[in-house]
Design a protein around this ligand. Structure first.
Ligand SMILES: Cc1cc2nc3c(=O)[nH]c(=O)nc-3n(C[C@H](O)[C@H](O)[C@H](O)COP(=O)(O)OP(=O)(O)OC[C@H]3O[C@@H](n4cnc5c(N)ncnc54)[C@H](O)[C@@H]3O)c2cc1C
Ligand SMILES: NC(=O)c1ccc[n+]([C@@H]2O[C@H](COP(=O)([O-])OP(=O)(O)OC[C@H]3O[C@@H](n4cnc5c(N)ncnc54)[C@H](O)[C@@H]3O)[C@@H](O)[C@H]2O)c1
Length: 441
């Protein structure tokens, strides 16, 4: 049995985050990765997705060029070349990360790992024993147990598909559906989003979501909430998605049906039982320090944590906290209250802090400033189709609880306790979107 201080299962943002403090402290660290170093974000998530979003931005600018008195012809998108561009941009990321791990002194082992004991794992016939084992195995799409589920594709498929489909149905009205749906719609694809709940994009303020829904529908995206997908059939290479809404059954035709119904911890193949890691259907029971409740030598971080947001900076942040807990003992806890999140539709929708509903649930005394900014000079200058903000300020302390769009200025203010007044009193360069902050609250 090979011995290490720390063995990390998964080489994404979370797993690599763990290596920072553990290697700085001189511990011996092995990181096991089954696929590409970097994991989802650079290889199958944020980065390749943003390449497609950037192209959609260019199409969006062309669409409104006439508002700036510019005449352009009808743009023609070469989708295959765009996918090649996306792949080219991310191609060398795993090898660059591999170099980083070598320089940091981490042993990278390729293969699929599983527990064989409370402090031991097996990977490709090798057995490794460690004082601490970290589960950083990420997430995978939630399976949809419907007839015809074999016809489903996922965001992985979309990001690698060289053919531009004519029609796409997204099952689930969350972040992935809206981001990829906006790209497809601007590329001329017929897009439908089917969401089971009455509310789209849970977690964002409902009135902000209403703005985005309006703009998505203006683009031609068909959106159905309270839609229960019953089955997917195939006829002559085309797919038919049957769904029920308000007791009425309907069918939408598509070339692709994308499972965007959320992601669950990717821990099925880890043999958690052998590792004495207690879980409920893949939800590992952890304490405030991200440590398994049943096996204190095991930590969990990133998307594999079932109850924190599945975002790349959070995966890195949790990984770094786990690394520090391994070095210092279980002292450090994550604080998610000032972490911004952004949805890369066009326009993007961003938020930080509590939603208005959550602030009211907590009985906070808040003043809510909602602004439709479409008529403001900055939005008119850039011919923005939608410009909207909501700032929630806690009255007694004058602290900001949520912002939209210029999100990092708000996040910085929240993190460092700068009151709303501090942001209004700031002198901003003009004309800029940041200068609008003075008038938002
Ligand atoms: C389409 C898409 C777009 C996204 N866009 C954004 C965005 O714009 N901004 C944002 O903040 N977040 C975004 N995310 C979320 C973000 O990608 C994740 O939150 C982040 O990558 C999670 O990092 P992680 O290290 O926890 O998991 P991962 O990056 O998934 O890494 C886990 C790694 O573990 C490996 N692994 C799993 N099981 C084993 C095993 N048994 N043995 C060895 N290795 C194993 C996997 O191969 C994988 O590489 C997006 C996600 C998707 C799917
Ligand atoms: N910009 C970003 O930060 C970004 C981008 C992409 C993905 N991500 C991360 O990836 C994760 C997964 O994204 P996602 O869009 O798959 O999940 P999501 O959790 O954002 O949305 C899933 C949606 O599917 C719905 N749903 C579930 N089962 C359904 C069913 N049977 N029929 C119809 N609707 C159903 C849910 O009610 C929910 O609205 C997110 O949690 C997010 O954190 C982040």
């Amino acid at each position: 049995m090979e011995k290490y201080d720390v063995v990390i299962l998964g080489g994404g943002n979370a797993g690599m985050g763990v290596t920072v403090a553990t290697r700085a402290a001189g511990l011996s660290v092995a990181l096991v990765e089954a696929r590409d170093l970097g994991g989802t974000c650079p290889n199958r998530g944020c980065t390749p997705k943003k390449v497609l979003v950037a192209a959609a931005h260019a199409l969006h600018e062309l669409e409104r060029a006439d508002r700036h008195a510019i005449k352009v012809g009808t743009p023609r998108l070469d989708w295959r070349a765009l996918i090649e561009r996306e792949k080219e941009i991310i191609r060398d990321i795993p090898s660059r990360l591999s170099g980083l791990m070598v320089r940091r002194g981490v042993d990278v082992i390729h293969g699929e790992a599983a527990f064989i004991g409370s402090n031991a794992i097996r990977v490709d016939g090798r057995e490794l024993e460690a004082r601490n084992i970290v589960i950083a195995a990420g997430s995978k799409p939630r399976s949809l147990p419907i007839p015809g589920a074999e016809y489903l594709t996922t965001s992985d498929g979309v990001l690698s598909d060289p053919e531009l489909p004519r029609a796409v149905v997204f099952i689930g009205g969350g972040v992935i559906a809206f981001e990829l749906g906006h790209v497809y719609a601007r590329a001329g694809v017929d897009v439908t989003i089917l969401e089971a709940l009455p509310q789209l994009l849970a977690g964002f303020d409902e009135d902000a979501v209403a703005q985005l829904r309006g703009e998505s529908e203006r683009l031609g995206i068909g959106i159905h909430t309270k839609a229960w997908v019953k089955r997917i059939d195939e006829t002559d290479g085309r797919l038919q998605v049957s769904f029920a809404k308000d007791g009425v059954e309907s069918v939408v035709d598509a070339d692709r049906v994308v499972n965007c119904a959320g992601r669950v911890a990717n821990v099925e193949g880890l043999d958690l039982g052998a590792g004495v890691v207690v879980h409920r259907e893949g939800r590992i029971e952890i304490d405030d320090h991200l440590r398994s409740r049943s096996n204190p030598d095991v930590y969990v971080c990133g998307d594999a944590v079932w109850n924190s947001p599945q975002l790349s900076p959070i995966a890195t942040y949790e990984g770094e906290i786990v690394g520090r807990n391994i070095v210092d003992g279980p002292k450090h806890r994550p604080d998610y209250s000032h972490i911004p999140a952004s949805l890369y539709s066009i326009p993007a929708m961003a938020s930080v802090g509590l939603t208005e509903a959550k602030a009211r649930e907590r009985d906070l005394h808040v003043k809510v400033h909602v602004n439709d900014m479409q008529g403001w000079l900055s939005a008119r200058t850039y011919a923005e189709a939608v410009a909207w903000s909501k700032v929630i300020v806690e009255e007694p302390t004058d602290r900001i609880h949520a912002g939209e769009e210029l999100i990092h200025i708000f996040a910085l203010a929240m993190k460092h306790g700068i009151p709303a007044r501090g942001l209004s009193e700031m002198v901003y360069a003009f004309p800029t979107f940041s200068a609008d902050i003075r008038n938002m609250m």
